[in-house]
Design a protein around this ligand. Structure first.
Ligand code: 6PG
Length: 483
C-alpha cells in the first residue's frame, strides 16, 4: 500500500471511504469526498493511474493502493466502497473480485449509469452473501462530481444511515438542503437516475428546437446566445439553458465562426434515453416528449440519408412574417409548456413504477434533489417540489394549480409556434409531441370510439357504450366486407 500521508497517521487510521475506478468522474468524486474531511482509499486496475493521481494531489488524505486486498484492508468497517467503472460487465467483474475480500455488512456502491434491473440483480446477489449494495445515480458531470453532484442512492434502508454523512456532505446544496435522499430499495436509485436522463434528453431537444426556429427565422448566433442568456434570468433558468447561451457564444479558433456552426449535426447517445423508452412502453405510460427527443437523436445520426433526401423531398421555403421579439416570446412559452409536459410524463412514469415496485418513492423529494448539482437542475423544479409536497397523490403534474395556470396562459403561443414550424417545414418533434399530449389529455372525447368499432368489426373485440354502465361489453354483427 502506498499513501500520501505520514505512515503513523495511515497506520492508526483506516479510511472512511474507498473508490475503485479513477477515470474522470471517479477522480473528481474522490477529491470531493476528501475535501469534506474524509480519508479516502483509491484503487485502479492500472496501478500507474493510482500513483499518478495520488502524486498529483500531495498533502491530501488519500491512500493509494496497488492491490485490491490492500485497498479493502485500508478501509474502516463497515466498508464503504464506491465503484466508478463503465456500466455493464465491468461492474460485475469488480464485484466478483471484491466479494471474497469483504466482511458481513460492508457496503458496495455502484455510482455509474447502470441499468436498474442490473442493480436489482446485484442487490439480491450481494444480500445473499451478507453484503449490502447501493445503486446510486450520480448526476452533474465532471464539475458536479468535484463540487457537488445530485445523488440518487437506492438499496437497503440500513445503508442510508451509514452513507448519509458522506453523501450529504459531498452533494450539491440548494437553500441549505443537500441534493440527495434515499430514493428507495433495490434498483430505485438507478431507476430514478434513468428517468432523470430521459428528462435530460427531452430538455436538450426542446432547447434545440427553439434554436432551430430562431435560426430558420434569420437570427444570428450572437442574437440567439443573448436570448438564452436572458431566458436564464427568468422562469426558464436552468443549467441547460445557461450552457446553451455559453455554447452559442463560443467561437471556433480555426475559422473564427461560431463553433456550433462547425459541429456536425449528428447526435450521440449512450443508451439511458432508450432504456427510458423501453420501460415506458412496458408500463404503458406516455412519454412522448422524451420519445421524440430520443428519436430526434436517431434521425440526426442518419446524416448521409438526410443529405440525399434533402435533394429529393420537397418542403416549403421558410418565411417568417412575425417580429423577432414576438417570436422570442412565443418560443419561450412553447419551450416552457413543452418542458412542463416532459416532466409531467417523466414523473408519471416514476410514480407508476414506484407504486408497482412498492418503492415508497417521495416525488417531492426527488424533484427537490434535482434542483441542484444535476444536469437538469432548474428553477422550475421548485414548483414541481411544491406540487408534490402539496398533494402527494397528484395524478398528473399538469393538474397542479400552478401548472394549470401556466399551461392555460402559454397554450395559445405554444400552438402558434408548432403551427409556424409545421408550415415552414421545420421539424419540432418534441414541441409537437408535447402539445399533442396536452390536447389529448384535456380532450373529454377522443376518436377512440371509432377505433373500438374497428376492433370489434374485424376481431369481435367488443366495446363499451356511452349510455350503459362501464364494464358492460357489446358486440355488433357488422356487415360482411367482400374483397
Ligand atoms: C448526468 C448525465 C450523464 C451523461 C449521460 C448522458 O446526469 O451527469 O446524464 O450521466 O451525460 O451519460 O449521456 P448521453 O447523452 O451520451 O446518452
Amino acid at each position: 500500500m502506498k499513501d500520501t500521508m505520514s505512515s503513523t497517521s495511515t497506520e492508526s487510521k483506516k479510511s472512511d471511504f474507498g473508490l475503485i475506478g479513477l477515470a474522470v468522474m471517479g477522480q473528481n468524486l474522490v477529491l470531493n469526498v476528501e475535501s469534506r474531511g474524509f480519508q479516502v482509499s483509491v484503487f485502479n486496475r492500472t496501478t500507474d493511474k493510482t500513483d499518478e493521481f495520488v502524486a498529483k494531489n500531495p498533502g491530501k488524505k488519500l491512500v493509494g493502493c496497488d492491490t485490491l486486498e490492500a485497498f479493502v484492508q485500508s478501509l474502516a468497517l463497515p466498508r464503504k466502497i464506491q465503484i466508478m467503472v463503465k456500466a455493464g460487465a465491468p461492474v460485475d467483474q469488480v464485484i466478483e473480485q471484491l466479494i471474497p475480500l469483504l466482511d458481513k455488512d460492508d457496503i458496495v456502491i455502484d455510482g455509474g449509469n447502470s441499468l436498474y434491473t442490473d442493480t436489482e440483480r446485484r442487490d439480491a446477489y450481494l444480500a445473499g452473501k451478507g453484503l449490502r449494495f447501493v445503486g446510486a445515480g450520480v448526476s452533474g458531470g465532471e464539475e458536479g462530481a468535484r463540487k457537488g453532484p445530485a445523488i440518487m442512492p437506492g438499496g437497503p434502508a440500513s445503508t442510508w444511515e451509514v452513507m448519509k454523512p458522506i453523501f450529504e456532505s459531498i452533494a450539491a446544496k440548494v437553500d441549505g438542503e443537500p441534493c440527495v435522499i434515499h430514493i428507495g430499495p433495490g434498483g430505485a436509485g438507478h431507476y430514478v437516475k434513468m428517468i432523470h436522463n430521459g428528462i435530460e434528453y427531452g430538455d436538450m431537444q426542446l432547447i434545440c428546437e427553439a434554436y432551430s426556429l430562431f435560426k430558420a427565422a434569420g437570427f444570428t448566433t450572437d442574437e440567439m446566445a443573448a436570448i438564452f442568456n436572458e431566458w436564464n434570468e427568468g422562469d426558464l433558468q436552468s443549467y441547460l439553458i445557461q450552457i446553451t447561451g455559453k455554447a452559442l457564444e463560443q467561437k471556433d479558433p480555426e475559422t473564427g465562426n461560431a463553433l456550433v456552426d462547425m459541429i456536425l449535426d449528428k447526435a450521440g447517445q449512450k443508451g439511458t434515453g432508450q432504456w427510458t423508452l423501453i420501460n415506458a412502453a412496458e408500463q404503458a405510460i406516455v412519454i412522448s416528449t422524451i420519445n421524440a427527443a430520443v428519436e430526434a437523436r436517431v434521425l440526426s445520426s442518419q446524416k448521409k440519408q438526410r443529405v440525399v433526401a434533402s435533394k429529393l423531398l420537397q418542403g416549403p421555403k421558410p418565411a417568417f412574417s412575425i417580429e423577432k421579439k414576438a417570436l422570442v416570446d412565443k418560443v419561450h412559452d412553447a419551450l416552457y409548456a413543452s418542458k412542463v409536459v416532459s416532466y409531467t410524463q417523466g414523473f408519471d412514469l416514476i410514480k407508476t413504477m414506484g407504486e408497482k415496485k412498492q418503492w415508497g418513492l417521495d416525488l417531492g423529494g426527488i424533484a427537490s434533489i434535482w434542483r441542484g448539482g444535476c444536469i437538469i437542475r432548474a428553477r422550475f423544479l421548485n414548483r414541481i417540489t411544491d406540487a408534490y409536497r402539496n398533494d402527494k397523490a397528484l395524478t398528473n403534474l399538469m393538474l397542479d394549480p400552478f401548472f394549470q395556470d401556466l399551461l392555460n396562459s402559454t397554450q395559445q403561443n405554444w400552438r402558434e409556434v408548432v403551427a409556424m414550424a409545421v408550415s415552414n417545414g421545420i421539424p419540432v418533434p418534441a414541441f409537437g409531441a408535447s402539445l399533442a399530449y396536452y390536447d389529448s389529455y384535456r380532450a373529454e372525447r377522443l376518436p377512440a370510439n371509432l377505433l373500438q368499432a374497428q376492433r370489434d368489426f374485424f376481431g369481435a373485440h367488443t366495446y363499451e357504450r356511452v349510455d350503459k354502465p362501464e364494464g358492460q361489453f357489446f358486440h355488433t354483427a357488422w356487415p360482411e366486407v367482400i374483397g
